[in-house]
Design a protein. Structure first.
Length: 221
């Protein structure tokens, strides 16, 4: 399976997720410049043969230079034989009209949007009111723009009872892929991990059911 290059561009974010593994990095590390990002891409010895490049944060859509950055990364990726450029995002900025279409025009091909539960659980976990509605609208705008959509979900204890509902939301969106992660005992979750991190024995069967339901609809999971 072809791999993707993952370039983290900074840690600034407009969510304050209870499980965020990055902790205080948004205050401790400056955002990378476009030149630094392109230098990092050029320096990677394994870049040849990669399917695409992911640009991630923090929340990368907060960068005012994002369209120009995507154009530059797209050009550098093509020169290295890499076909796709994607964003990992919470999707909130992409809810604005024409935002996703503008990034598509700049050369973006893929987007991964985070949905951590149905509303209001998602808003509780991100600690930002209306973040679920914005993420969902952002996902739809990306699809309307012709971007290939992924959904990313961090699995928490509080999500398990609502996981079937989240799967129904994902199936309605019909993403290319729904990827699940388990919350980790680091960053913001470090002091409340017993409340956030699900025990494997409780997680296994609900997660398998979720994956089966998604795959039955032709959605990779």
């Amino acid at each position: 399976m072809a791999h993707w290059i993952d370039l983290r561009t900074g840690y600034r974010c407009n969510n304050r997720c209870r499980f965020c593994s990055q902790g205080d990095l948004r205050d401790a590390r400056p955002e990378a410049t476009a030149g630094q990002i392109l230098d990092a891409l050029a320096a990677l010895p394994a870049r040849h043969g990669a399917e695409g490049v992911w640009l991630a944060g923090g929340e990368i859509t907060l960068r005012p230079d994002l369209p120009d950055l995507i154009r530059a990364v797209r050009e550098a990726a093509r020169a290295a034989g890499i076909a796709r450029v994607g964003l990992q995002t919470n999707g909130r900025v992409l809810a604005a009209p024409l935002a996703a279409a503008g990034l598509k025009a700049a050369g973006l091909t893929d987007v991964a949007i985070s949905l951590h539960g149905p509303e209001p659980l998602h808003d509780f976990l991100t600690r930002e009111r209306d973040s679920f509605r914005q993420a969902l609208l952002g996902a739809r705008r990306c699809q309307q723009a012709g971007l290939r959509l992924q959904i990313h979900t961090v699995l928490t204890r509080s999500l398990l009872p609502s996981l079937p509902e989240l799967v129904r939301i994902s199936r309605a969106l019909r993403p290319h892929l729904h990827r699940f992660y388990v919350a980790r005992m680091r960053g913001s979750a470090q002091d409340r991990w017993e409340m956030l991190i699900p025990r494997f024995g409780l997680l296994q069967e609900p997660l398998l059911e979720a994956i089966r339901a998604l795959m039955a609809d032709g959605i990779a999971a």
